[in-house]
Design a protein. Sequence first.
Length: 215
Amino acid sequence: MTTDPFKDPKAVVETRLVHEVHRLATTLLAEAAVRPSVPLSALAQLRDFLVVNLRHHHEAEDQDLWPLIVAAAPATAQALDELSKEHERLDAALDLLAAVALSDGAEDGVRAALREAAVAVRDTEHDHLAHEEPLLFPALRDHVSPAEWADFSQRVIATTPPVAGHLMFGFLDEVGSPAEVELVLAGLPEPVRPLLPATRHQAEDDIRTLRGTES
């Protein structure tokens, strides 16, 4: 059952949806890696999207969000430091995933290597989120003001590398209600909005390909 986005502050809604995107996308890559109908180019696109977005997300937490929370609630410092150590373990798994050479040669071996690395990232990320959310969501509710979150969120949007970024919109539409997604997309630069229909259509097509359900 989808939560009404207005029962929680925007900080919690945005964070929850992004985390659900990470769960969905890491699971999809692990499953699609050994699906013969999925082109290596589609796998490479999703892999690159994940590597870039997971790294950027965790760096933003470590460098910007954790200090903001600790300044308001010093007692959270040790727990947040433990979460940052989990980020380091995830970075190591992402390094192995990024190192898989998705060439057309020895395709079965490539797919098996991608599957192994993708499963490691999926399992590490899912475990990490299970540890992070019980601490982070209350902290966002209690210790981060709407203005502070708006400033942080805008910095994240402005610094996100544009690697297969259209996939984010497709995944958001799958994990959130229309109202929740609109709340998240409210921070997009105005010139981007006319591009959303085509961007979403491309994402839908690419995600169908990854699932092996392309019509």
